[in-house]
Write a protein that binds this ligand. Structure first.
Ligand SMILES: CC(C)(COP(=O)(O)OP(=O)(O)OC[C@H]1O[C@@H](n2cnc3c(N)ncnc32)[C@H](O)[C@@H]1OP(=O)(O)O)[C@@H](O)C(=O)NCCC(=O)NCCS
Length: 194
């Protein structure tokens, strides 16, 4: 097997997870603050998108686009002045898609206290020069942790597909007249039932 990225490697050689593992670290400056004085969620999303791109493009060896994002739940606020690190690795590859897992931590540089703010999963698709989805190299799972993450992503994709089906059904089958009773006790007022 050729070394990833070397001239003798063709696109079908597996690339190890370690080859594309990427960390992005950025200091949270005052212009990143929201009206509450803490870091805007959109800043963190933008940083996650950047690191996901770098990691995915390195594995794919091509340009990649973001297709979907799962698991964005900010467990703790990030403060201005903290040093945020986003650690990304390819957890799974399909034919043209890749799932990049990103762990985000924020460190108080004065005290050294580190908090885990979120772990999220970005699905990216590799594109060729004509903007068509293009095949990505297989993933070489070097450690049991790599294999565990691949299996977990397979499970998550299954659940996501079944959720999407239920969600679509709920949208298309939801008739207001038949479901008005579900609104009893909710904090809303229906003005027009037609
Ligand atoms: C995502 C996109 C490439 C799919 O194109 P398509 O012609 O439908 O291609 P395919 O159906 O062959 O899907 C390509 C891959 O994307 C995956 N995919 C498509 N939609 C998906 C979704 N909503 N969630 C997860 N994966 C998805 C498919 O499973 C497939 O993966 P695989 O090859 O590993 O099996 C296309 O819709 C696109 O370019 N979207 C815009 C993305 C973008 O510009 N992002 C930046 C936003 S600013």
């Amino acid at each position: 097997m050729a070394n990833p990225g070397s001239d003798d490697s063709d696109g079908s050689d597996p690339k190890p997870v370690s080859y594309s593992r990427t960390t992005l670290t950025e200091l949270m400056i005052p212009s990143y603050a929201n009206f509450g004085g803490r870091v805007h969620g959109g800043i963190l999303l933008s940083l996650m998108d950047k690191v996901a791109y770098a990691c995915a493009a390195k594995h794919a060896g091509t340009y990649c686009v973001t297709v979907s994002v799962d698991g964005v739940n900010f467990r703790q606020p990030v403060e201005v002045g903290e040093l945020v690190s986003l650690m990304a690795s390819v957890n799974y590859v399909g034919r043209t898609s890749l799932v990049v897992g990103i762990k985000v931590i924020a460190e108080n540089v004065k005290t050294g206290v580190v908090k885990h703010t979120n772990t999220s999963y970005f699905t990216m698709v590799a594109k060729d020069d004509n903007e068509n989805p293009t095949e990505v190299p297989p993933l070489l799972l070097e450690t049991p942790e790599d294999a565990r993450r691949f299996l977990e992503t397979m499970k998550r994709r299954e659940l996501r597909a079944s959720y999407a089906e239920h969600f679509d059904n709920a949208k298309t089958r939801m008739l207001l007249s038949e479901n008005l009773s579900l609104l009893a006790g909710e904090r809303c007022v229906v003005l027009n039932q037609d």
